[in-house]
Design a protein. Structure first.
Ligand code: LMR
Length: 398
């Protein structure tokens, strides 16, 4: 039965880590996957997480099945974080939120739900987008197209082209948008540009699906989430997938969520019932630990304040690394202007390097980024920076 199974290619992102782990060279840097490491190159275990876990250990809990939609205190905390605790949608109970297995899980629950609802709709993702968006929505049975976003020549956004593509989209298309810290380019649209995108979405009758995997890594938690308020103000329905992998450094706990902004409370309860069917038929119900930790932190004022400070430290360290990368590239002899890296935001830099150059970086210097030229700035540190800069300089100028 398995004789015709073909070998699938390595995952374009996680496959980099697989290869990196097999690489025995002493000097190497994994800038492939979107993971934050601290100045010492270590994956942080946040103090707010440790405090919550300590409290949990002193009052150990049993591990029965969770409700299909997850821990209620967690779902409420996600709602409050995404929409605002006192916001009208939360107050009028018109948001359906479910716990999900990471941000990817939130996207997949949303995709399966939408496929049943609008089987013929097309999904539009940005060009380029997170590598897994196309695969995930195609896997859910959708035809996936893209809307313009990035101008490789200018190394900048192409906002006019983005608006034009959205204006040309068929009514009912599902548009996947990055709420903040665009992955992979690092270029976000401005608040004023969001207003224009929202106007087109409304005029064309498109369904917005926001991927918010990096809230807090751009300008701040509230600032990065502000776009949600714009959709609410426009009176649109909306799906938002949330991830705490990065913002809580809880990658392996797979803590995420999906929130669906509905028209009223009664509609939200029908939507929730359908989300639960999707979850039940995929993995029954979610795991306990990660969501319990996040709920404990978000629902405790002191731990929440600690989390916000720790997240701000991560955000500021990435910014500092961007500046040092630009300076280091110059010092290493790169003649072209690399200052665009400082205009990018979030964990990534779309470096503009070609596939061949990225392969050289990997093969000759042990510097891993994706084939499309994305590098994770959040994995740079004072120990690996000089090597990375010299490697990029060799590839660009050598
Ligand atoms: C990334 O883009 O590197 C992260 O979101 C990790 C992943 O799952 O791809």
């Amino acid at each position: 039965v398995f004789s015709t199974v073909e070998m699938a290619p390595r995952d374009p992102i996680l496959g980099q880590s697989e290869q990196f782990n097999l690489d025995t060279r002493p000097v190497k840097a994994n800038l492939g996957v979107g993971v934050y490491f601290d100045d010492a190159g270590r994956l942080p275990l946040l103090a707010c997480v440790q405090a919550a876990e300590k409290a949990m250990l002193s009052a150990p809990s049993t591990r029965g099945y969770l409700p299909i939609d997850g821990i209620a205190a967690y779902d409420n905390a996600v709602k409050a974080l995404v929409f605002g605790a006192d916001s009208e949608p939360v107050q009028s109970a018109r948001v359906a939120t479910v716990q999900a297995i990471g941000g990817t899980g939130g996207l997949k629950i949303g995709a399966d739900f939408l496929k049943k609802l609008s089987p013929d709709a097309k999904v539009l993702i940005s060009d380029p987008s997170w590598e897994n968006h196309r695969a995930l929505f195609s896997g859910a049975g959708f035809t996936v197209d893209s809307y313009a976003y990035y101008d490789a020549e200018k190394r900048d956004l192409n906002f006019d082209a983005m608006l034009a593509s959205l204006n040309a989209a068929a009514a009912g298309s599902i548009v996947v948008l990055h709420a903040c810290c665009h992955n992979p380019t690092g270029y976000d649209i401005s608040p004023g540009q969001w207003d224009q995108v929202i106007a087109v979405i409304e005029a064309r009758g498109l369904t917005p699906f926001l991927d918010m995997a990096y809230q807090g890594f751009g300008h701040g938690i509230a600032e990065d989430g502000a776009v949600i308020g714009k959709f609410v103000a426009a009176g649109l329905n909306l799906l938002v997938s949330t991830s705490f992998s990065k913002s809580f450094s809880l990658y392996g706990e797979r803590v995420g969520g999906l929130s669906v902004l509905c028209t009223d409370k009664e509609q939200a309860s029908r939507v929730l019932s359908q989300l639960k069917v999707v979850i039940r038929t995929n993995y029954s119900n979610p795991p306990t630990h990660g969501a319990a930790v996040v709920a404990a932190v978000l629902n405790d004022p002191e731990l929440r304040a600690l989390w916000e400070r720790e997240l701000a430290q991560m955000r500021l360290r990435i910014k500092a690394m961007r500046q040092q990368l630009v300076a280091g590239l110059k010092a290493a002899g790169v003649r072209q202007d690399m200052d665009f890296i400082n205009r990018q935001i979030g964990m990534f830099s779309y470096s503009g390097l070609s596939r061949a150059q990225m392969l050289r970086l990997r093969n000759e210097f042990g510097v891993y980024g994706t084939d499309t030229g994305r590098m994770c700035v959040a994995a740079l540190n004072p120990q690996n920076l000089a090597h990375v800069c010299q490697a990029i300089a060799q590839v660009l100028e050598g």
